[in-house]
Design a protein. Sequence first.
Length: 126
Amino acid sequence: MELDARIARLRKPMGAGDPDITPDELRAALDLAEYKRRELAHAKPTDISEGAKLLTMLPNAAEIYRRQIALGLDGAHPQIMLKARLAIRELLGQIRLEPGEDGSLWAAYEVHPAVLVRDAVTGYAG
């Protein structure tokens, strides 16, 4: 390992003395290298487990949005309808109406899937 080789190189001058570096500077560099080695040895693959946890949460966030939008479509409950509109606005951003070449009218929008990631992490949806 590269770090072990560096620690070995740092230990050599400690016994013989080094004219370019003071003993306390050398000690500090050695302590830092040993600290890094301990951190690497005890590191847990949290990134992998956090990533896996996030991937399992994404379908749940998408399902929450789906339910909110479906409930708001019937128009029977104004409060739920407002939440559905907010969910759609968060997921699609600004929706612009644009005329088609044949005289039709099209909705132009951009999908923002990062909203699902944010909501999966924070537990918030709409």
